[in-house]
Design a protein around this ligand. Structure first.
Ligand code: DX5
Ligand code: ZN
Length: 235
């Protein structure tokens, strides 16, 4: 899979979201939208009305990351509204199979989010239901935190689990992507790519930069170089 970069608007200026989306539209693949409900995580950001408004103004597809306690109830609406990808958290979903299928039926890619302390092995049976695994590389809730190196072995183990599934799915172009989210920057992106990530969320590393479009381009170049060095299947 090609490297993809998904800048997180959590670090953007919320009063100028359309402009901030435009700033990266030439160089990024997705726009990562962090939905937080102040229950699953100790922070409150935005919800469906803002996503609907962004959909009218953003050229990039929206990569909605739902950090909410009741994704079974709320996630399908984000797909129905037109998000390109909707990720729910394993720790929060009570009926993940049903919810992941509902997201897909509504026309979006579906993702499963996994916190740093959650083992991927408990969710191996769900992998055939997902289009993307999101491995959190910080505790979810805030931008600008330090990358947790302890997650890298899990990135490697997840990539290994995806190998046979992706070999099967490749002819239809339906490979399962592996996203990392949290503390991804020019300091850490190469480690993530070498371990097996192929979709990179970056908030402060993009929107904290003087030139966000250029920051995306540079992160992509770094990730592509590291992927070329890596030994994981499909790299
Ligand atoms: C954190 C969010 C991330 C956040 C990443 O809970 O899920 O998407 O925006 O921000 P940085 O890249 O600054 O760690
Ligand atoms: Zn996120």
């Amino acid at each position: 899979m090609a490297v993809q970069i998904s800048p997180s608007i959590l670090s953007a200026d919320f009063a100028r979201l359309a402009d901030e989306a435009k700033a990266v539209e030439e160089t990024a693949d997705w726009l990562h939208v962090d939905v937080m409900d102040n229950h699953f995580v100790p922070n409150l950001t935005l919800g469906l009305p803002v996503v609907e408004a962004l959909l009218k103004h953003a050229a990039l597809p929206l990569d909605c990351h739902l950090m909410i306690t009741d994704p079974d109830r709320h996630a399908p609406a984000y797909a129905e509204a037109g998000a390109g990808s909707v990720t729910i958290h394993a720790e929060a979903a009570k009926a993940p199979v049903r919810t992941l299928r509902a997201i897909r039926t509504a026309g979006a890619r579906c993702g499963l989010g996994i916190n740093p302390g959650t083992a991927i092995e408990s969710y191996e049976d769900l992998l055939d239901e997902v289009d993307m695994v999101l491995l959190m590389t910080v505790e979810p809730g805030f931008g600008g935190q330090h990358f947790l190196d302890m997650v890298l072995p899990k990135v490697r183990r997840t990539r290994a689990m995806l190998a046979s599934r992706n070999a099967r799915r490749a002819p239809e172009g339906r490979e399962i992507w592996l996203q990392v989210d949290g503390g991804v920057s020019e300091e850490t992106i190469e480690r993530c790519a070498e371990a097996g990530a192929d979709v990179f969320v970056a908030g402060s590393a993009v929107y904290g930069a003087r030139d966000p479009a250029r920051a995306v381009r540079e992160l992509r170049e770094q990730a592509e170089r590291a992927t070329a060095r890596a030994a994981w299947p499909g790299a």
